[in-house]
Design a binder for this molecule. Structure first.
Ligand code: F6R
Length: 599
């Protein structure tokens, strides 16, 4: 949550920072701001406001910006989204300006101990950081004052700091929140995500926790130095940026979400090419052996990724015979179950940054257990900190509502399940090829699905019902619809509805039923009759094998264990068109952010 960008080099810093913030807006978009050095006035200038980066870009003057600046896009944690709480924040007296992603847990204690008498202008924890640096800098050089500040901070932070007395230096530090440093021909860029470096850096590396960075200029060339908290130099290894600008554009689509829904068949094919080249499963043998020898797998995840985890539990238990439990990360962290002696922890996360998951990861690693992360972002914290890492290869996912990363997670879990099975129950390569084709067939029907939405999704509430694997799809389908259209939607195990919630069914309430599992199809149809008898507006999505001529949408058959990959597609399109028709901000729904880096 929150995105930060900083630049020192020979380009106009504002161009790079604003372009970067636009790419990081998925991390938070309540408000944003920038601070840069004004070459002609010989002073730092700051613009910040509530609202989107477009406002920052279009409504202010950057004519005299030079090659140093810092910027921020915010998801509010401390204080409302308003101009005063927007970043950057200055210290009292305006010497230091700071942008911050994270949460300082001991900011109250620090204020009492070190900052008596300071007049704060915002409600943020970040202003405490700026003032601590300023306070310590009364007695020591800026660099030392920042390091001393870091030594007293508790919590998470990715920080960029400028000292207005020196317009040739940019300071950075990080703990828990992500921060990457990219080097290009014309300067050094720091950002929360590699996407903001694309086009400006050829090489980059993720900065390690508790590392302090000084970016400076020597003879017009930007350089950097890394130190640990005690000031000892730290070594690093560069990586090459392998994202091209096209991958992070809308590619002719009206919205990222629609683009990402339509990319799902190629995501399946890409994963197959990575993990099943020439028809043979290629996963690190040690990772597989950990799954095989574990007494129980504990899947830790949140939201959409947790729904993928439920499907994964089904696949691993039914195909590979390995017991799996799925936990909400934020619950597991503080109310853990009684563990088996030899567990394996699997963290599923599209962003790889979710703080709830990280809290669990740190804890179980401390207790000596093995950990595996499945994520779409190879440079993410969870990817780097788990013992093993399986990449999803879905490509950059920019819409806040996750679609292709979810599908990618399930494909990886299916591959794992088949790889771990004593006797593979089906030809995975062939079945996944069918899945990609069946997905394309649904996507081709998107205008028809739009018509169904116009006719049926007309109320302020909605239900998804299904059984067995279809129930998990219902949970995810409901989350998708509610998060982008704000229509109150519940995903229910079809048989559970009549144990209370059916009281909410009245004339015209949409009930979307998903039917793809032969063993339970008849029962779900019974539940549809029950809600229709009470006035519900039904919309049945069924696979061919278990379909009925009265069903509204019939999907191509795929292997019964893989139907969640198909049935989810129309529900993503339902969510998309429902939100479109009522004019919601589909790619950036209110109150949300794509990486949830606070607990
Ligand atoms: C919804 C969505 C979220 C995330 C959840 C966990 O579309 O994407 O529910 O799945 O916030 O985030 P990750 O998967 O990044 O750990």
């Amino acid at each position: 949550m929150c995105g930060i960008v900083g630049y020192l080099g020979r380009e106009k810093a504002s161009d790079i920072i604003i372009a970067g913030l636009e790419k990081l807006e998925y991390r938070g978009y309540d408000s944003c701001g920038i601070c840069f050095y004004d070459e002609r006035a010989k002073r730092f200038v700051m613009y910040k406001d509530k609202g989107r980066v477009a406002h920052l870009k279009n409504d202010f003057d950057y004519d005299k910006c030079n090659g140093l600046g810092i910027g921020h896009t915010r998801w509010a944690t401390h204080g409302q989204p308003n101009q005063l709480n927007s970043h950057p924040h200055f210290s009292e007296g305006d010497r230091f300006a700071v942008v911050h992603n994270g949460v300082i847990e001991n900011y109250k204690e620090l204020t009492e101990r070190y900052l008596a008498g300071v007049q704060f202008v915002s409600e943020t924890d970040t202003e405490v950081i700026a003032n601590l640096i300023a306070r310590f800098a009364l007695q020591m050089p800026a660099e030392e004052a920042i390091r001393k500040t870091l030594s007293v901070l508790e919590g998470s932070y990715a920080l960029l700091v400028v000292d207005t007395l020196d317009p040739h230096v940019l300071y950075a530090a990080k703990n828990k929140s992500p921060l990457l440093l990219g080097v290009g021909k014309r300067g050094v860029t720091l950002a929360s995500d590699v996407m903001a470096l694309v086009g400006y850096a050829d090489q980059y590396f993720p900065i390690e926790d508790k590392t302090f960075t000084v970016v400076s200029e020597k003879d017009g060339v930007s350089c950097f130095a890394l130190y640990d908290i005690l000031g000892h130099p730290v070594e690093t290894k560069f990586m090459t940026i392998d994202i091209v600008l096209d991958e992070i554009g809308k590619g002719g689509y009206s919205h990222y979400m629609l683009k990402e829904i339509c990319e799902q068949p190629s995501v399946v094919r890409k994963i197959v090419s990575k993990y099943l080249p020439e028809d043979r499963i290629q996963i690190d043998p040690e990772t597989l052996s950990w799954f095989k020898t574990a007494e129980r797998i504990y899947v830790i995840a949140a939201g959409t990724s947790m729904h993928a985890g439920f499907v994964g539990k089904y696949l691993l238990e039914n195909i590979a015979g390995i017991p799996v439990e799925v936990f909400i990360a934020s619950e597991f962290a503080y109310n853990p179950p009684l563990l088996v002696k030899n567990p394996l922890f699997v963290f599923i996360s599209q962003s790889g940054e979710t703080a709830d998951l990280r809290a669990c990861l740190v804890d179980v690693k401390r207790r000596g257990f093995r950990t595996v992360t499945i994520t779409n972002v190879p440079t993410s914290t969870l990817a780097r900190e788990a013992d093993k890492f399986l990449e999803i290869f879905a490509g950059p996912e920019i819409a806040v509502a996750s679609t292709k990363a979810y599908v990618g997670q399930i494909v990886i879990l299916a591959i794992l399940a088949v790889a771990l099975a004593d006797r593979p129950p089906f030809d995975l390569h062939k079945e996944l090829a069918k899945v990609a084709v069946a997905m394309e067939a649904v996507i081709d029907k998107r205008e028809f699905i739009h018509g169904l939405v116009k006719a049926k999704i007309t109320k302020r509430n909605c239900f998804y019902i299904g059984r067995s694997l279809d129930y998990f799809t219902c949970l995810e389908a409901a989350l998708k619809l509610k998060e982008i259209s704000y229509i109150q939607t519940e995903g229910f195990a079809a048989g559970e509805l009549k144990h209370g919630t059916i009281a909410l069914i009245e004339q015209g309430v949409p009930v979307v039923a998903i039917i793809s599992q032969k063993a339970v199809a008849r029962h779900t149809r019974g539940n549809i009759r029950e809600v229709c008898a009470r006035g519900a507006e039904k919309l049945v999505i069924a696979t061919q094998l278990v379909s009925d001529p009265t069903d509204e949408l019939i999907l191509m058959d795929v292997h019964e264990s893989l139907t969640p990959l198909i049935t989810i597609i129309p529900t993503q399109l339902i969510a998309f068109y429902a939100a479109l028709d009522i004019g919601k901000d589909i790619d950036k729904p209110r109150n949300l952010a794509k990486s949830v880096t606070v607990e």
